[in-house]
Design a protein around this ligand. Structure first.
Ligand code: FAD
Ligand code: NDP
Ligand code: HEM
Ligand code: FE
Length: 469
């Protein structure tokens, strides 16, 4: 065996942890977990198909064949993919009565009829199978970048076995969360896969928004000039149109982050209680607000980048130069307009402030930052400053539109400018929110949040429904 990584136990009082734990599989996850456990004072024995060939294993660990290794410990962590579990049936005798920790994940939801942990329990009926660690990645273990997921979901039918695994989890500085019997394994195995589903809706929604506004702008700014003036304006596809589509997507998505909150509030006011479950679509929408917000931030970044290059664009420089020459030839000077200067400066200023707060929201959603904030601080930034961001970005767009806002000259084939459409959702959200914070309504809402019910007969539903959001 090659020994390449030196290990010093991190904790001095490791005497009580001098427990030997066996890890089956010397792949990425086995190595990372083994190193981490050695550092915490455990003795590690790896089980491997080819003990001699195993390299890059932490110094201090032993590597034996699977059956030899199994004899060294009564806790065995199975760091092997489910597809290769079959060989364990040959070891049923030596695994009898041992604690087997299933850490495996699948590539798809419902890939197999039963969970991997239940499958393992079927293969080795005499062992106590415990599901754990599957939501922690090998990379996170190695880099100690565990802020994102310090929680380890644990489940199993034997409570003593589960307790011992939870002790290991704790000694690694992680937080175990008991999810009950092995029947919960299916749910736990779905967690790492489900993380992605939170991005699906925001992703498709932003794609639909971009495609819609892109074609809307193409009709107004490329097809219309071509049909009526025979002008080739296709160059607008490169910067001008994206610099409409991206900020419009950012603003719309930002408004859609705050829309479910106002719908929830209206629903709670209407029902007169918070003890009733929201409809599934609203629940799901509420849960993916962070993802919606982060995609919106991405679009806002693009808008800022595209805006930065405006002065160096050929088309813009050509327009300015020609205007100046035309004025020089006509010996005419356009008078300075203080109101235009005010409007122009103020819409850019609001855009910059809005963008600053937008970035702040993004920073506080990083787990390493949000872990340092208490619940009230986080809510203050996300909710209060979030609304301020929405107000500033909406005002930025409104003032940018300025006088042209609804003027008939800006209509093309009866279609208003794209930003006019983009303002509908943000203005609606802000208007409803404004009504909701009127003292009389806010007072009722606060009482509802504190548990007051208009119609106490609903309290029955508190027992089987969801209690809070
Ligand atoms: C860049 C960016 C990053 C983001 N990152 C995150 C993130 O990391 N995490 C995150 O969660 N969101 C994130 N968001 C989304 C958003 O900022 C938050 O979800 C924000 O808290 C929403 O505020 P809200 O006031 O609309 O909603 P909430 O504060 O959730 O309130 C919504 C509704 O819930 C009800 N309600 C509120 N309090 C109670 C109560 N105590 N009891 C019962 N009902 C109640 C009310 O009806 C209320 O109107 C991010 C957004 C952006 C733009
Ligand atoms: N990587 C990660 O971030 C995470 C992984 N997991 C889970 O941990 C388990 C291991 O993952 P990972 O370490 O990434 O996988 P690897 O492919 O890197 O390692 C798997 C190990 O399984 C052993 N093995 C036993 N039998 C076979 C066989 N027939 N064919 C191939 N390998 C075999 C091998 O060890 P040897 O050669 O010593 O016999 C191999 O190194 C998986 O179930 C995975 O779902 C869970 C959470 C995160
Ligand atoms: C540094 C910050 C920002 C600056 C300097 C800025 C600047 C600008 C400028 C110059 C325009 C006019 C573009 C043009 O003439 O084509 C514009 C338009 C716009 N901006 Fe911003 N902006 C900023 C941030 C934001 C943010 C954070 C949002 C929203 C989330 C936003 C939303 C919009 C919208 C919707 C338009 C109208 C797009 C159109 O139809 O042309 N902006 N911004
Ligand atoms: Fe792998």
């Amino acid at each position: 065996m090659e020994k390449t990584t030196d290990v010093l136990p991190l904790t001095m009082n490791s005497s009580e942890k001098q427990e030997t734990v066996c890890i089956f599989g010397t792949g990425d996850f086995g190595q990372s977990l083994g190193l981490e456990m050695l550092q915490c004072g455990y003795s590690i024995v790896f089980g491997s198909r080819n003990p001699r060939m195993s390299s890059l294993l932490p110094n201090g660990a032993e590597v034996l064949s699977y059956s030899e290794a199994a004899q060294k410990s009564d806790i065995i962590i199975i760091a092997i993919h489910r597809e290769h579990y079959d060989f364990l049936t040959e070891l049923t005798e030596v695994l009898n009565g041992k604690i087997l920790v299933d850490v495996s994940n699948n590539l798809k939801i419902k890939q197999y009829p039963e969970s991997n942990a239940e499958y393992l329990a079927q293969l080795v009926p005499g062992a106590h199978v415990v599901k754990a660690f599957n939501t922690i990645s090998a990379w996170a273990l190695q880099s100690r970048a565990l802020d994102a997921s310090r929680q380890v979901f644990v489940c199993g039918n034997d409570s003593k076995a589960k307790q011992r695994v939870m002790d290991i989890v704790r000694s690694l500085g992680l937080t175990p969360l008991d999810k009950g019997s092995l029947m919960a394994a299916n749910e736990i195995e779905n967690y790492p896969l489900q993380l992605f589903t939170m991005w699906k809706f925001p992703f498709y929604l932003s794609a639909v928004l971009c495609v819609f506004f892109f074609f809307y702008c193409v009709i107004r700014e490329v097809i219309y000039p071509y049909v009526y003036e025979k002008k080739d304006r296709t160059f607008r596809l490169a910067i001008s149109i994206p610099n409409r589509v991206f900020p419009i997507a950012a603003l719309t998505l930002l408004a859609l982050v705050y829309l479910p909150g106002v719908i929830a509030a209206i629903l709670q006011l209407y029902r007169g209680t918070k003890y009733r479950r929201f409809p599934d679509w609203l629940d799901h929408w509420m849960l993916c607000r962070k993802q919606l917000g982060l995609i919106a931030l991405g679009f806002a970044f693009l808008h800022v980048l595209y805006t930065l290059v405006i002065p160096i664009r050929y088309y813009v420089r050509w327009t300015w130069t020609n205007r100046t020459i035309a004025q020089a030839i006509a010996k005419k000077e356009s008078p300075f307009s203080t109101s235009t200067a005010w409007l122009s400066d103020s819409y850019v200023a609001m855009g910059m402030l809005g963008f600053f707060l937008f970035v702040l929201l993004g920073i506080t959603s990083l787990p390493s930052v949000s872990n340092m904030l208490n619940w009230r601080e986080f809510r203050f930034v996300q909710s209060k400053l979030g609304y301020l961001t929405l107000i500033l970005c909406t005002a930025h767009t409104l003032v940018y539109g300025g006088k042209r806002f609804l003027s008939p000259s800006s209509l093309v084939w009866y279609l208003p400018s794209a930003y006019v459409i983009a303002l509908i959702i943000p203005c609606t959200v802000l208007a409803i929110k404004f009504i909701l914070i009127l003292p009389c309504i806010d007072k009722t809402l606060t009482r509802i949040h504190e548990g007051w019910e208009r119609n106490p007969k609903f309290s029955e539903s508190a027992l089987n429904g969801k209690t809070d959001i």
